[in-house]
Design a protein around this ligand. Sequence first.
Ligand code: PRP
Length: 174
Amino acid sequence: MESLAHKELISAERLQKRIAELAREISGDLKGIDLLTVVCVLKGAFIFTADLVRHLSLPCRIEFIRASSYGDRRTSSGQVKLEHHETIEFEGQHVLLVEDILDTGRTLSRIVTELEQQHPASMHVCTLLDKPSHRIVPFEAHYTGFMIPDHFVVGYGLDADEQYRELPFISVEN
Ligand code: PRP
């Protein structure tokens, strides 16, 4: 999308190439496990998760949890609301958390703390984007697609007031 308001930051081709690389790395590192519980953090990670799992060469089950803190704002409210995680069995499972963006770190740190209470066998975090300039809670993902500068980004699952999630690339406001 090259409109007056947005310009492309990461093309669809770069996204797909990097996602295939991430999947190869994850598959190699976790080789030998009997089952990987992939946890897609809704809504933003739905497209990334769908593309990533199709490149994994591991037996998977796919689960979904909902985390939200931005609402219709462009800055985090600071309150992370989690839903659906209580109904999923994590004990003894090998878990891969899949996120679209690691920004302040509040969402992932809250999810990891919550899931660890169920004693998974292992937990790894994969984020497509990392915006380290905004970090409030220290957090590092095991797998990162792209480090990005301090821009408000949309597309490929990420929204601005629920719009633009459908774009096949990552876009930034001009
Ligand atoms: C966004 C994004 C991550 C989180 C990252 O979710 O999808 O889950 O914020 O930000 P943080 O590191 O500052 O916590 P959002 O609350 O916008 O919900 P959404 O995924 O439904 O768009």
